[in-house]
Design a binder for this molecule. Structure first.
Ligand code: MG
Length: 391
């Protein structure tokens, strides 16, 4: 039985992860859970999985959780811990084999690194870990003999396809992108996009920021950075193709010209089923892909003129230094401003580009603390820029 700690248990990845654990009785022991403030959902999870340790973001949330658990058998009560320290406890629980890193944002960085230092296997759903700290994190993983198992569907697909050949036989990887809801829009139409329109993703159900990032193609750009670190590739070995049906989750082209693709339904549980059980494959209880119903599969080049975020991310992946961290922090603030109707949709890449110009020349980081401090300063500067030039 594999013992798992779950960082971000009430988010969409976290809930899907627990669903997979329930589908495979006897395979997993969920020993520790970390969530933010959703104590109702968390209390329900405690009742279902009886973890030993539970972490919440604040002491108020801890009090509410304790109240929510008062009908639970006292012997099943978990220890409740709080804040950053609580996250670290969950990430490093001595009995844990595998840590599922599914906290959104840079908050997931420190606990994921500590888990790696403790030699825990990592199922990685948090994008920012590799986008902002790819070099540090992959070095740390190598030093500690830890495999990073990607949960992001594209990287999970590539991980599966790579099992068909050796690392030096890979010509390139092809990340697929749904293209988002504004595929084929004119520049004029893009300038009139509202938050409601951007939050309606055609194929995946996800959180707000990642949904907007999918619409700007920033999400795909961040996935280029993720792929670069996960699979130790040159940026030129990473291509992006728009594939509106989202059935081919990504592909690997080998030196002999063979292209291996991984196909599946659009279901976050599928990559989790793979990552949690790796290197085995176990039968889950999810719907199967029906290619008869898929009718046709289309592939096309992304329109980087209308969606400049993709090229900005390629630039960050080529030049590295502080650019990936700048890209991520500026984008998160810009997306927030767009959702609050302070800027228009095309303003998102414009703001990110401006912040990247300012960051040029800032060198590489030597610690997570340095990254977090820089990240905070980019956020401050981006807010200032929006207030000064964009509103
Ligand atoms: Mg993805």
């Amino acid at each position: 039985m594999k013992t798992i700690s779950l960082l971000g248990s009430t988010g969409s990845v976290g809930r899907n992860c627990l669903r997979v654990a329930e589908e495979l009785p006897g395979e997993f022991r969920v020993i520790a859970l970390a969530a933010g403030r959703n104590t109702t959902e968390l209390a329900d999870q405690v009742g279902r999985f009886h973890p030993e340790l539970v972490s919440v973001s604040t002491s108020e949330a801890a009090t509410t959780l304790a109240q929510n658990l008062k009908n639970l058998d006292p012997s099943a009560h978990p220890e409740i811990v709080v804040g950053e320290e609580g996250l670290l406890r969950v990430a490093t629980h001595p009995e844990t084999d595998l840590v599922v890193s599914a906290i959104v944002g840079v908050a997931g960085l420190a606990p994921t690194c500590r888990a790696i230092e403790c030699g825990k296997q990592i199922a990685l759903a948090n994008k920012e870990v590799l986008v902002v700290a790819g070099e540090l994190v992959t070095e740390l993983a190598q030093r500690n003999g830890v495999q990073l198992l990607p949960v992001d569907s594209e990287h999970n697909a590539i991980h599966q396809c790579l099992r068909c050949g050796q690392a030096d036989e890979v010509a390139r990887v092809i990340l697929t992108a749904s293209g988002g809801p504004f595929l084929g829009y004119s520049s004029e139409q893009l300038s009139r996009v509202t938050p409601e329109m951007a939050l309606r993703h055609p194929t995946w159900k996800m959180g707000d920021r990642i949904t907007v990032d999918s619409a700007t193609l920033m999400n795909k750009g961040m996935e280029v950075l993720e792929a670069r670190w996960l699979f130790d590739l040159d940026v030129d070995q990473i291509s992006v193709w728009v594939h509106p049906q989202s059935i081919v989750h990504s592909m690997v082209e080998f030196v002999d010209g063979s292209v291996i693709a991984q196909l599946g339904i659009t279901d976050m549980g599928q990559p989790l089923l793979y990552a949690l059980n790796y290197p085995r494959r176990l039968p889950g209880r999810r719907p199967r892909l029906n290619l008869n119903q898929a009718a046709k599969l289309e592939f096309m080049h992304p329109d980087s003129g209308k969606f400049p975020c993709l090229d900005l991310a390629y630039q960050a992946a080529r030049e590295l230094g502080a650019l990936p961290c700048t890209l991520n922090a500026a984008d998160e603030v810009a997306v927030e401003a767009f959702l609050q109707r302070k800027i228009d949709f095309p303003g998102i890449p414009r703001i990110v580009a401006r912040m990247m110009e300012q960051a040029n020349g800032v060198g590489k980081f030597s610690s997570i603390a340095e990254i977090l401090e820089y990240d905070e300063s980019v956020r401050r500067e981006t807010r200032r820029l929006i207030q000064k030039d964009f509103s």
